[in-house]
Design a protein around this ligand. Structure first.
Ligand code: BTN
Length: 327
């Protein structure tokens, strides 16, 4: 859409002006078409100054999600973008679109989900005020390495938050992103296998980040364990800024996976706040208390039980909690 291309050009200028003539040449359209797109953007709330001979400059942007906000030809993740106001689940939407000829890098973002899904079959409350993003990846690696993507994604979310807000959250094993003991972001990684050969067809990494929600938005059940950036820091980035930072971080992940395994493992261990804590390990109806002593080189959590024995737990089989609460 011309609107998105014009917006992407203005954003790439970083606030510096660009002439209507230059835009019409770059995009292969008339100056009148550029002008019309500019007026449309202004009506949506974009503040665009214009000065004779200098051109148009983007001064301020509304909190809108659109491909023009997120396009970046340097990224593979997000090379195809779908921006929605509402969807059942961005993971579901990626899966619906993940037919064989869709290249990896498709990303779906939404301002709200009506059927957000969490790990272990739970639902994920997804009101407006959050950002919900899923990306389609096709990693080239043995199947046994793929489950580590869930831990890598948590490091990527920490990278994105740090890049935008200058603070680095922690990770509750395996992949809840935590601020002040409450969940800032949840991640659900799903994969699709070939029926007959069990070869990996694709992976969907789905991320929900809390930006401006209030206690009332989360509701009484979720509010005690969730936190939004506005609650944590008194301010939150625009949804499009958060989405762009997540796409940047996922793109780095996609390039590094699995070749840079040791580096990401080291980063994961540095971010993981579960390490060193007494935790409750929940396996079905069984609960056991132990101390989290290590993240092994497959991103499994090594727990030491009261009798001194150790066990490596994989994220698929158990969930962990703090002794006194969520972390
Ligand atoms: C969890 O904390 O249990 C994981 C939550 C994952 C939520 C994200 S939001 C975007 C994507 N779409 C979903 O339905 N789930 C993931």
């Amino acid at each position: 859409m011309l609107r998105d291309e014009v917006l992407a050009l203005l954003k790439a200028q970083g606030g510096a002006p660009l002439s209507g003539e230059a835009m019409s040449q770059k995009l292969g359209v008339s100056r009148a078409a550029v002008w019309k797109a500019m007026e449309g953007l202004r009506q949506e709330g974009y503040v665009i100054s214009s000065a004779p001979r200098r051109g148009y400059a983007l001064e301020a942007s509304p909190d809108l999600l659109s491909p023009g906000e997120l396009m970046n030809p340097d990224r593979r993740v997000g090379s195809r973008l779908v921006c929605l106001d509402t969807v059942d689940s961005t993971n579901n939407e990626v899966k619906r679109r993940a037919v064989d000829d869709v290249p990896d890098g498709l990303a779906v973002v939404s301002a709200r989900q009506t059927g957000g899904r969490g790990r272990r079959g739970r639902s994920f409350v997804s009101p407006p005020g959050g950002l919900y993003l899923s990306a389609l990846l096709r990693p080239q690696c043995p199947l046994e390495q793929v489950s580590a993507l869930t831990a890598w994604s948590a490091v990527a979310v920490c990278d994105a938050v740090e890049a935008l807000c200058g603070v680095r959250p922690g990770i509750k094993w395996p992949n809840d992103v935590i601020w002040e003991g409450r969940k800032l972001s949840g991640i659900l990684t799903e994969l699709e296998l070939e029926g007959e050969t069990a070869a990996l067809r694709y992976v969907v990494v789905g991320i929900g980040v809390n930006l401006t929600q209030t206690e009332a938005d989360f509701g009484p059940q979720v509010a005690p364990v969730a936190i939004s950036m506005a609650q944590a820091l008194g301010r939150a980035p625009r949804r499009a800024e958060m989405a762009a930072a997540l796409l940047d971080a996922l793109d780095r992940l996609d390039r590094d996976f699995p070749g840079q395994w040791d580096r990401w493992l080291e980063r994961y261990r540095a971010d993981c706040i579960t390490l060193g804590r007494q935790i409750k390990v929940v396996r079905g109806s069984e609960e056991r208390i132990g101390r989290a002593v290590e993240v092994d080189d497959q991103f499994a959590l090594v727990v030491e039980w009261a009798d001194g024995t150790r066990e490596a737990l994989s994220s698929g089989e158990v969930s962990v909690r703090g002794l006194l609460g969520y972390v």
